[in-house]
Ligand binder design. Structure first.
Ligand SMILES: [Zn+2]
Length: 121
């Protein structure tokens, strides 16, 4: 079985795990989150700020994916946790925005900074 490197999108832990083809990604060994990302084998950021902004983007993207799927509760839970480990302004703002609003079935969060467009196809 090949060993892959994963990174937790919530707490940022990078870890290795054995994985079979088609198997679900492992949970994070540090915080238990299922939101982990498989890293390409050659994966390096030249500097820490690039890493940080990439990570923030990954977190925001994951939250938006939940919202696009209508999973507002999941998005909120994910952001609550992400905020603990990685409290950037954007993440906090999105988390607060969601916390204030009641979930609407199939609804979007329509604040200007969180415009979500459903992809077709
Ligand atoms: Zn984690």
């Amino acid at each position: 079985m090949p060993i892959y490197e994963f990174r937790c999108e919530i707490c940022g832990k990078v870890f290795e795990a054995l994985q079979k083809m088609g198997e679900d990604f492992p949970s994070c060994p540090q915080c238990g989150a299922k939101e982990v990302m498989k890293l390409p084998s050659i994966f390096a950021f030249r500097d820490r700020s690039a890493y940080r902004s990439e990570r923030e983007r990954a977190i925001l993207k994951r939250a938006r994916d939940y919202l696009i799927d209508g999973k507002v509760k999941d998005a909120r839970r994910f952001l609550e946790k992400a905020k603990e480990f990685y409290p950037t302004d954007k993440i906090k703002k999105l988390s607060d925005t969601l916390a204030e609003r009641k979930p609407i079935k199939g609804g979007y969060i329509s604040k200007p900074e969180v415009v979500i467009t459903k992809k077709k196809g």
